[in-house]
Design a protein around this ligand. Structure first.
Ligand code: BGC
Length: 756
């Protein structure tokens, strides 16, 4: 198979453009994508069809690539995660795939100078609660992808953050299905607005990294429909991704990429999905089972144990184990998607990226997704933030990388951002440890920083201030500097990396000690967190300000500085609950972790890694509500430099709930807030049914109307395979977080059903 297809690969390398010739009826844009795909598929031989369902591993992952390719040709290839050869005879473009959760990824054996604009983490984008910004970030990724020669973006991570220590929490869109579905759907829409394909991933229930390739997830079917699956359903409806990536894990013992309940019954029969299913890298375990369950394309077969969709699939067809008609369906779905998303009609053309335009998108995103968590009165009685930029003052900036850049998360989504140099790679510890003869993986050693440096941005905005810097390794020096300063700004980090969950929610190393010591030396201490997800804050009551900056990307340092000095009024809200301690979580210890919680396995016998989500749909804030737990900071929370009121809540109930209300800026500066509506149905805990970000001048009022998607107030009936809305009184809460009760009212909703 490899040998046979290689000639075709060579012919299509380096050019992802369509080779449309006159007399190719499938190039008639007046026809539907389905008709075009049908016409084209009928021209293909079986061997050509097999080429489209069997991907290669991209150069980013395989330093030698597939060796027959001559060295001179390698620079012509995009640094990519995966590659599916095109068929020149028919003008079918190759699929050039790159990761894209936070910009166009360029990890692996990156070519010097190949940089891309680093967006903030997806969790930060979600914290903007702005579908518009999610779309704009997606569109920016789509534009850069085109310029770099990619036409498939491995984006759209929508796994719920039900495990906040999950190593990819930063790549996902938080713990709420509605918020995640809306935001990821918009980002997918943005990517695809540029005439390329985006995926949604990782389908499904790959909510932790520990044992991700062996774990079997057990969850009540109905509750999965109301939580993790709902996030996918909503993202698919809103974003219509061309492809969906099945995940590594098993669900009730069946691997996701060979799971007919997931890939056929739910995805096709219930949701009517028309795109194609591609596998995660190394997630295929069979030929016949995977092909018949609904997998349409094996990705990067070099990362699977065997080339399951190469010769093995041809043999299975010849032997009658997989009907030939199934191959036709796979190919139809791939071609149809390529037509529908523009790959034939708008071939990608390499060119320069719009660095300044794209940086502006990244910075806007960061400015709206950074969350002000605390702004307590300082000694003189007024809130410390925003700082006065025109004052002669002494500011001590403390913390390991504030003089260099801002932190990013690791793994396949890694972007080497604009301004990247070798000095932007920092060492954080990590490595492996051998216990009882087995090797255990610790979070990876090397982290990538993004320009620019917060220290430089702070100096730029406060030219009259004397701004000094001390690294976090020197607690005594930091304390001495803080004592001499008017304000101390401590930068703290938590590194997350794909493939490994964080050990706990504590800031690593000596950072808690450092913050406590600095706060004791100077009451005007502000902590800036650069974290993948929630962290615990034992020093919270001793500091004057806390800003959650997540992984803020290439525009992050400027955004942090502008928020500190009030050029931007913070408006980000938490898309995940910040617990007081791990003991509040549904799983105080991650399944697969050792009881001491310190060391995490990455492989082992499958049965040792059954992950049972007994909390069902009560993920995140719904768990805290159900268990009556008080978090450190609730979902939806975030402060502003102004204040808002939420009033005149009017409800209308019939088959669903309509909520109308007024939001007013009651303070003295302009600002944005996110009005949030939560409903407690007659059964179960509350859930978010709607949100709206509003931008208000001082004294201005905005009238907002929201309608709940019926599925958000329903229960899924797995036996009847439909949603049931219960007749009864629903308590509606309007406010600024999952626990705020600015206005509360009750509305009656009639019984009803909704077909999936
Ligand atoms: C990740 C995917 C990614 C793929 C290709 C896998 O390890 O789970 O999210 O798209 O690699 O880089």
């Amino acid at each position: 198979m490899r040998g046979r297809s290689f000639g075709v690969v060579l012919f299509c390398l380096g050019a992802t453009a369509a080779f449309a010739q006159p007399g190719q009826p499938w190039m008639n844009t007046a026809l539907s994508p389905d008709s075009r795909a049908d016409i084209l598929r009928q021209q293909m031989t079986r061997d050509e069809e097999l080429i489209l369902v069997d991907g290669f591993l991209g150069v980013a992952y395989q330093p030698g690539f597939h060796e027959p390719i001559p060295a001179w040709m390698k620079p012509l290839l995009p640094v990519s995660a995966g590659y599916v050869p095109g068929i020149a005879r028919l003008g079918i473009p190759a699929l050039t795939e790159s990761d894209a959760s936070l910009g166009v990824a360029n990890g692996g054996n990156m070519r010097p100078g190949d940089t891309a604009v680093a967006l903030p983490s997806s969790l930060l984008t979600t914290a903007t609660f702005s579908p518009t910004l999610a779309f704009e970030g997606g569109a920016m990724v789509g534009r850069e992808a085109r310029a770099k020669g990619f036409n498939v973006m491995l984006a759209g991570g929508v796994n719920l953050a039900r495990e906040p220590r999950g190593g990819r929490t930063f790549e996902y869109a938080g713990e709420d299905a509605w918020l995640a579905g809306v935001m990821v759907g918009e980002s997918i829409k943005g990517i695809q607005s540029q005439g390329i394909i985006s995926t949604a991933k990782h389908f499904a229930l790959n909510d932790q990294e520990t044992a991700r390739t062996v774990m079997s997830v057990t969850i009540d079917e109905a509750e999965a429909r109301e939580s993790d699956y709902l996030a996918f359903e909503l993202a698919l409806e809103r974003g219509d991704p061309g492809a969906i990536m099945c995940s590594y894990n098993r669900i009730k013992n069946v691997y996701a990429c060979e799971n007919p309940n997931l890939l056929t019954d739910m995805l096709r029969s219930d949701w009517g999905y028309k795109g194609f299913v591609l596998s995660d890298w190394g997630a295929v375990h069979s030929t016949v089972a995977a092909a018949t369950a609904g997998l349409d394309q094996e990705s990067a077969n070099g990362s699977d144990r065997s080339d399951f969709f190469g010769n093995a699939l041809r043999d299975a067809i010849v032997a009658g184990q997989v009907p030939e008609s199934r191959l036709h369906v796979m190919v139809h779905r791939i071609l149809r998607t390529m037509f529908a998303k523009g790959l034939f009609d708008r071939p990608v053309v390499k060119g320069p990226i719009d660095v300044y335009g794209d940086l502006a998108v990244a910075q806007r995103d960061a400015e709206e997704g950074i969350v002000l968590l605390k702004n307590a009165p300082a000694k003189n009685g007024s809130a410390l933030l925003p700082l006065n930029a025109t004052k002669r003052q002494k500011i001590a900036v403390i913390g390991s990388f504030a003089d260099k850049g801002v932190l990013s998360g690791g793994g396949s989504s890694q972007v080497h951002g604009i301004g990247h140099t070798e000095s932007m790679v920092v060492s954080l510890g990590g490595g492996t440890k051998v216990i009882d003869g087995r090797r255990w993986q610790l979070p990876q050693d090397k982290a990538v920083l993004h320009a620019t440096a917060p220290l430089a941005e702070i100096r730029k905005l406060a030219p009259k201030a004397k701004v000094t810097f001390v690294s976090s390794s020197a607690i005594a020096a930091a304390v001495a500097e803080a004592k001499k300063s008017d304000v101390a700004i401590v930068f703290a980090w938590q590194y997350m990396h794909e493939g490994v969950d964080v050990i706990d929610l504590a800031l690593p190393g000596n950072q808690n000690e450092l913050i406590a010591a600095v706060a004791a030396a100077n009451p005007n201490t502000i902590v800036i967190l650069e974290t993948g997800g929630p962290v615990t804050m034992p020093w919270l009551d001793r500091v004057s300000g806390v800003v959650e900056a997540w992984y803020p990307g290439n525009g992050g340092a400027a955004a942090i500085a502008r928020i500190l000095f009030g050029e931007v009024n913070p408006s980000g809200k938490l898309p995940v609950t910040f617990p007081m301690a791990e003991s509040q979580l549904p799983h105080p210890i991650i399944t697969g972790q050792r009881p001491d919680g310190r060391i995490i396995p990455t492989s082992g016998s499958p049965t040792a890694y059954d992950v049972i989500y007994q909390e069902g749909a009560r993920a995140g804030y719904r768990w805290f509500d159900d268990q009556k737990l008080t978090p450190l900071f609730p979902f939806g929370y975030g402060l502003s430099y102004t204040t808002f009121s939420y009033e005149n809540l009017k409800l209308l109930g019939a088959s669903t709930i309509k909520a109308e209300f007024d939001v007013k800026n009651t303070g003295t500066v302009a600002g944005k807030t996110v009005a949030q509506v939560y409903v407690k149905p007659p059964f179960g805990p509350s859930r978010l049914i709607g949100f709206q970000k509003v931008d208000l001048a001082p004294g201005e009022t905005r009238h907002v109307t929201l309608y709940a998607d019926q599925r958000l107030i329903a229960m899924f009936d797995a036996d009847a395979n439909l949603w049931r809305v219960a007749d009864g009184d629903y308590v509606v809460r309007l406010g600024s977080s999952a626990t705020d009760k600015a206005a509360v009212a009750t509305v009656h909703v009639n019984a009803g059903t909704v077909k999936p």
